[in-house]
Ligand binder design. Structure first.
Ligand SMILES: Cc1cc2nc3c(=O)[nH]c(=O)nc-3n(C[C@H](O)[C@H](O)[C@H](O)COP(=O)(O)OP(=O)(O)OC[C@H]3O[C@@H](n4cnc5c(N)ncnc54)[C@H](O)[C@@H]3O)c2cc1C
Length: 388
């Protein structure tokens, strides 16, 4: 058995949550390891829309992070200034965004974040290092890798940033079944040759046939489009939906989508992944453990966006790490402060958005009404504030 490697903090998962946490720990003086089962650049099934708060959170840590990130992504992004929302009635609403946002394939976006970690921090980055199990005892946490040739890792504190199928979250709550009312599944594929597709405009299609969810067409630069479809898992199970089939059929038959995709070429197969939605009371901490991003179920239930909340929670976790080492306290009671911070800054708002999503579910007429009413400037501003 290889000798165990010791750190003060191990961050499991080098997506937006894990990299943000590592960046925020840059001046901590702690021995930090950031590990991931993948080798970067790695793909992540996503809509590739980078919500505008993402860069704001990073810039607050250090303004150079956001400028360097944009520079690293110069060849792999589509700045988005507009959205088109298509109501089930077929009526369209155009929105002009004031906050700069962009889309960027996660293959490049996440690799750029990891580049920042390597450039700005002394973090030990371990790629191709999958964790199988997490064991906590009175003195620390042991992370057991899947591959027996790799040494186990030992840390005083572990930050679970390992996404929707988090091994760290499972160690915290081993027997909690998937709650399909707070979970969404979505599929996506890349296309080129899409018609009527301005490179600065993200399209959202709300569909009468599905209670909660939408189809999207997002430009990601270079004439390529991320095209996807997501639905609440509750509905997928109840109706035994096959989302890959549903998306293919939508692109072939939907009166607005079919003409746009008649000459389009698929650049990838349609692949899917889960979205743990915010708004539930899932625990985000335990003795010596903190969860961030998807591992903590912090995805916006209304839009399905989670990159910004992943970054924000990673930064909140880093602040908690600092408090823990100052006080030399790693027990659940002390770590509950992190849960309070997440609740105050993230979860309360997500719970409200969850209620709004449930209210709108199955009410195509309300969505039609909202899109129609948004012709009036005041209502349009309220709508933009709600979804922006
Ligand atoms: C189809 C789809 C579309 C989406 N569209 C958008 C969108 O347009 N905009 C948006 O903001 N959000 C979107 N989301 C949500 C977004 O992808 C997530 O919220 C975001 O990736 C969360 O970041 P994270 O760092 O928490 O987790 P992840 O990005 O999932 O990163 C987790 C990391 O942990 C690693 N890992 C996992 N298990 C282990 C293990 N056992 N050992 C070691 N490493 C491990 C993985 O390799 C991965 O690199 C979408 C999600 C889906 C599924």
């Amino acid at each position: 058995m290889p000798v165990t490697n010791e750190y003060d903090v191990v961050i499991v998962g080098a997506g937006p949550a894990g990299t943000a946490c590592a960046l925020a720990l840059r001046h901590s003086g702690l021995r930090v390891a950031l590990i991931d089962k993948a080798r970067f650049p790695r793909d992540k099934i996503c809509g590739d829309a980078i919500p505008s708060p993402t860069l704001k959170h990073l810039a607050r840590l250090d303004p150079t992070y956001s400028t360097q990130l944009r520079a690293l992504l110069a060849a792999h992004q589509a700045p988005t200034t507009h959205s088109r929302l298509l109501a089930p009635s077929g009526e369209e609403l155009r929105i002009n965004w004031h906050n700069p946002a962009f889309n960027s394939p996660r293959l490049h976006f996440d690799a750029a974040l990891l580049t920042l970690v390597r450039q700005h921090t002394a973090t030990t980055v371990l790629e191709d290092y999958a964790i199988r199990s997490v064991r906590t005892d009175a003195e620390g946490v042991t992370l057991v890798p899947t591959r027996t040739s790799q040494p186990p890792l030992r840390a005083a504190l572990v930050i679970g940033c390992d996404g929707a199928h988090s091994v760290v979250a499972r160690a915290l709550s081993p027997h909690v079944p998937l709650d399909r009312a707070y979970h969404c599944a979505a599929v996506r594929a890349y296309y080129k040759g899409v018609a009527d597709a301005p490179e600065n405009t993200s399209d959202f299609y709300f569909l009468r046939a599905y209670r909660a969810g939408y189809c999207w067409v997002f430009p990601v630069g270079g004439g390529v489009y991320n095209v996807g479809f997501g639905v609440l898992s509750e509905e997928i199970t109840a109706r035994r939906l096959n989302l890959k089939q549903e998306l293919s059929e939508l692109l072939a038959t939907h009166p607005h989508l079919a003409p746009r995709f008649a000459g389009a070429v698929a650049l990838s197969s349609i692949t899917g992944f889960g979205l743990p939605l915010g708004g539930s009371a899932r625990p985000v901490h335990g003795p010596r453990l903190l969860l961030c991003g998807d591992a903590a179920a912090l995805i916006d239930p209304l839009q399905g966006h989670g990159i910004d909340k992943a970054v924000q929670s990673g930064i909140l976790a880093a602040a908690q790490v600092g408090r823990c080492f100052n006080a030399q306290r790693f027990d659940a009671e002390y770590l509950a402060d992190y849960a309070r911070q997440v609740s105050q800054h993230i979860s309360r708002e997500l719970a409200q958005r969850y209620r709004l999503m449930r209210f709108l579910a199955g009410k195509a007429w309300v969505v039609n009404l909202v899109v129609r009413a948004a012709r009036w400037p005041w209502l349009r501003r309220q709508l933009i504030r709600a979804i922006g």
